[in-house]
Design a protein around this ligand. Sequence first.
Ligand code: MG
Length: 315
Amino acid sequence: MDISGRKSHFLGALIGLAVGDALGMPVEGMRASQIRRTFGRVRDFMDAPWRRLKAGQWTDDTKMMLCHARSIVRRGYVDPDDTAREFVEWFRSGDWRGIGNSTYESIKRLLAGVQPSESGARGEFAAGNGVAMRIAPVALADCDDLERLREDCRRVGVITHRNPEAIAGATAVAFAVAKAARGDLDPTLLVEETVDYVGECEVTRRLRMAKAFLEGRMEVEEALARLGTGGYVVETVASAFFCFLRSPLDFEETVTRAVEGGVDADTTGAIAGAISGAFNGLEAIPERWRRAVEGAAEILELAEGIFRLKARGVS
Ligand SMILES: [Mg+2]
């Protein structure tokens, strides 16, 4: 597989994730109707003084994505032990920015000496979107080997979430980002191919529902209300796919619609942004966002680092 011309798509995936997260940050926890009443459309980054975050700053989604990216660039491949060390380092910094419950409890266990393969939260409450939101760098690192990608999603996912739906949701997102980055994502086939790749589960049942809503040309507000935009991974992944597939060539439309669904708005935005950014490339992300998003230089450098690992393999 020749990915030598795909650099802009690697950069677009990680900047797209950060942009979607930052756009959703100030409206996280609000209902869609409340967002409409207060802001109309969400067109730009906004300050969130109640979170002590400024316009363009992002949340735990991007913090954890950066943990994966740093580890991959340093090690040259996906290494769960090294990734877990990055999570611990982030946790110790105290700059949590809305850390999820499963992640919090899991990192506490890592700190107590539990192995990364055993640290993850179990049970139905561990079916959150905390792996799906951060998985894009793993998708880029394994985009040339989808069997390895599936296995790596599980190996790094269980550090925080030992729940099959949480892993399935992350695997679905990783599949879309990998296909987009390497240049063989066909929007008309994406849901079917993702279902085939991930297998039967709640995540893929709701992805099929998203596809039916798209085919029926359902209004975006109604579709997201029915698919859900909460922290349950089944909801977030279906809504993010819906927003991407509704406007596959329009990054701005995709991410603004994703965050306007409210509730876990930053994560729906981050996932939709990662897929759309990988599909359309860096230049398709509005320049006002690329320039103003927090940490853009480091994010671009890490994305380029992962790209170089792959380009070296094909040159
Ligand atoms: Mg978040």
